[in-house]
Design a protein around this ligand. Structure first.
Ligand code: UT7
Length: 326
């Protein structure tokens, strides 16, 4: 049956120039490269330079995506940013991006706060708006300056996170309602607020008038992440009537290589089809998926027509899955 699909027509990404290796971290806290790389798979991460803002990274990523898709600011009907580290408490990062890009006055712009699931949440909202015919073309950005809410004296958390941005331009296209269509084929988002205290920041606007630092119950997050992301994948594959064998790439939120491997194993997706960037990005929360997507497209790994299965999980807890034919 004829339908409207949300097609990704261009990707972009940005990483700050400053790189922080495991050896650098071992000079800051009681840790070492061996522990970090075997427990997490992370070897280095990028950190914003002095004065570099979340919106600056987002601009780099979205401009690259617009260039790749040959879309101008005039063409955009919506700007959405997934982030938990905005420049200011208000207005949104998306409003700043809309202003800096010079989109038509009146074009809606909003941020989504769903932590590491932010990009999947954002794409779900945008896909629904496109399928309802409310908009045709949108910029969807995931961006984080997690270094600003990292406690650099806490070895349990400071080895895990990084900064960066990824962006996609999406556009309404015609589909047949089949899994052979190009674009978003299925999405599903979830939350469980009873897990609020397993992954949180020690502060916030109303609680402490400062953003606080990330804290987590790593083991609980780990266990939950593998099960939740696998189930979200099963759900979207079921919705689109797809089997794991038909998936070209499993592109999970990049938190820990062991979580990623666990999801791959549960789904029966072989290692060579699993995209891993956590080794050189660390966990960049809402940025991790569009960053990994754009890097994989730029390197020629992901090609037009590939089926990509995308699960995410983060604070809230929030989680979700998305199936896209690129
Ligand atoms: O995006 C979603 C958000 N986050 C995640 O998905 C992360 C989920 N969790 C994880 O990735 C893992 O649980 C961690 C990487 C955070 C921790 O790995 P683990 O295998 O669960 O280690 P652990 O917390 O059980 O710690 C084992 C030991 C502890 O020492 P004792 O108590 O056994 O003596 C820690 O104190 O490792 C110690 N430790 C460290 N040692 C060296 C903790 N952090 C470090 C460190 N360097 N950086």
């Amino acid at each position: 049956m004829k339908c409207i699909r949300t097609e990704i027509i261009g990707c972009g990404h940005y990483l700050p120039s400053k790189e922080l290796t495991n050896d650098d971290l071992s000079k800051m806290v009681d840790t070492n490269d061996e522990w970090i790389s075997t427990r997490t798979g992370i070897r280095s991460r990028h950190i914003v330079t002095e004065g570099e803002l979340t919106s600056d990274m987002a601009m780099h990523a979205v401009e690259m995506a617009m260039q790749a898709s040959k879309v101008t600011a005039e063409d955009l009907d919506l700007v959405v940013v997934a982030t938990l580290t905005p420049d200011n408490t208000t207005p949104s990062v998306s409003a700043k991006i809309a202003g800096r890009l010079g989109v038509k006055v009146g074009t809606p712009a909003f941020d989504i706060g769903a932590a590491c699931s932010g990009f999947v949440y954002a794409m779900t909202m945008v896909d629904n708006m496109i399928r309802l015919g409310q908009i045709k073309t949108a910029a969807v950005i995931g961006v984080e300056s997690l270094s600003k809410i990292t406690d650099w004296t806490d070895r349990n958390t400071c080895v895990l996170f990084g900064d960066g941005a990824g962006a996609v331009i999406v556009r309404a296209s015609d589909g047949e309602g089949l899994s052979t269509d190009t674009g978003v084929l299925a999405t599903k988002i979830y939350a469980d607020g009873t897990q609020y205290e397993n992954l949180y920041t020690t502060g916030g606007v109303s609680a402490t008038q400062s953003p606080g630092y990330i804290r987590m119950n790593g083991k609980e997050v780990f266990k939950f992440a593998v099960g939740a992301m696998s189930e979200a994948c099963q759900e979207v594959m079921h919705q689109a009537n797809i089997t794991a064998e038909e998936v070209d790439w499993l592109l999970p939120h990049q938190a820990n290589v062991r979580i990623i491997a666990g999801v791959g194993q549960k789904l029966g997706v072989p290692t060579e089809k699993v995209i891993v960037t956590v080794d050189h990005h660390g966990n960049t929360s809402a940025a991790s998926i569009p960053l990994a997507l754009s890097e994989s497209v730029a390197s020629g790994k992901i090609k037009k027509g590939d089926m990509i299965l995308i699960p995410a999980m983060g604070a809230g807890f929030t989680w979700g899955g998305m199936l896209i034919r690129y």
